[in-house]
Write a protein that binds this ligand. Structure first.
Ligand code: HEC
Ligand code: HEC
Ligand code: HEC
Ligand code: HEC
Ligand code: HEC
Length: 184
């Protein structure tokens, strides 16, 4: 029985069946990967696109980026400063969770998307002070609704830019590629 099956596999029809099975498994895997790269469900479908389109600066909502290690997510009070004056806030279903949060005092639970593991030291301030744009690392947020992570923050991602930034400056290259600069 098994042998007959294998003989059949070698015939044209069998080969086609093998091909189809292979393609099906492949697309299933591709679908799985695409799912795992979709942004997580957020409490509010916060549209970066719309807010950046109004000319609101990144640092208005993420001021920590210029001051220290983390950029921070704005508190509801910051949203409300504008939204309590915007007519649409009263009727928009998208804004209902924000309104509920302000009334109840329960903060929105945003799910982080841009992260490095705990054993990596990353400080926004040093990068902003050195003239790096948010876009260099986070991609073009003006096209996004909720934040997505366009690239994985692995070691290669950091080192590629550090090597480029250092250029001919040997001392800087040593500093920016030293294990102890990012792991301590
Ligand atoms: C500087 C002012 C300002 C701040 C701060 C602000 N928004 Fe907005 N937001 C707007 C404006 C203006 C619109 C567009 C309203 C319209 O279409 O009439 C908008 C639209 C939205 C929408 C889409 C609503 C819809 O139904 O289309 C959501 C959701 C939203 N804001 C959430 C937030 C959240 C959450 C925060 C805080 C993290 C925030 N906003 C902070 C000005 C602001
Ligand atoms: C009106 C406020 C507002 C403005 C302006 C804004 N953001 Fe945000 N940002 C948010 C909120 C709220 C979240 C959390 C929801 C999410 O992850 O989409 C967020 C999330 C992010 C995240 C993911 C954070 C995480 O938890 O991993 C990044 C990266 C980011 N913003 C970058 C930017 C950049 C770059 C700009 C300017 C081009 C910008 N933001 C402008 C409110 C804002
Ligand atoms: C050199 C690359 C780089 C630049 C430039 C950069 N970021 Fe980040 N950002 C990161 C990395 C890496 C993380 C993850 C940090 C962590 O897990 O501690 C992150 C995390 C974030 C987060 C979520 C966690 C947090 O720190 O609160 C926000 C929001 C954010 N960045 C916003 C911004 C904004 C706004 C700018 C520009 C003013 C900016 N970033 C510039 C690399 C960068
Ligand atoms: C787009 C370019 C770019 C990327 C990507 C980048 N860096 Fe940097 N990094 C810089 C620049 C520029 C400096 C400042 C160099 C100088 O001192 O002149 C710097 C400096 C540093 C420093 C030393 C300053 C300090 O905070 O003590 C650390 C640590 C660091 N980066 C960590 C990281 C890590 C971790 C990542 C990846 C998650 C990363 N960087 C990704 C450009 C980048
Ligand atoms: C510019 C910053 C930077 C420098 C310099 C750096 N690393 Fe890393 N390293 C990272 C980041 C970011 C990660 C997180 C990788 C991830 O999440 O996939 C990491 C991860 C690691 C890991 C864990 C790997 C894994 O697969 O989980 C090891 C081990 C490591 N680094 C060792 C080193 C050694 C040894 C050096 C010196 C030769 C070094 N690193 C220099 C940024 C850096």
């Amino acid at each position: 029985m098994i042998k007959r099956f294998f003989d059949w596999l070698k015939k044209p029809l069998g080969l086609i069946a093998v091909g189809i099975t292979f393609l099906a498994l492949f697309s299933l895997a591709a679908y799985g990967i695409s799912l795992s790269q979709q942004p997580p469900a957020q409490p509010v479908q916060f549209p970066h696109r719309i807010h950046i389109g109004f000319g609101i600066q990144c640092l208005y909502c993420h001021p920590g980026a210029a001051k220290g290690p983390s950029a921070g997510i704005p508190a509801e009070a910051r949203c409300w400063g504008c939204h309590n004056q915007i007519v649409k806030t009263q009727t928009s279903l998208l804004l209902k969770p924000l309104k509920d949060s302000v009334i109840s005092g329960k903060p929105l639970q945003w799910v982080p998307v841009a992260q490095v593991p705990d054993f990596v030291q990353f400080n926004h301030r040093a990068h902003i002070a050195a003239g790096q744009n948010c876009e260099n690392c986070h991609g073009d947020m003006s096209k996004m609704t909720v934040a997505e992570n366009p690239q994985i923050f692995n070691m290669g991602f950091c080192l590629k830019c550090h090597t480029k930034v250092a250029g001919e400056n040997h001392d800087l290259l040593v500093k920016l590629t030293d294990c102890g600069t990012c792991h301590y």
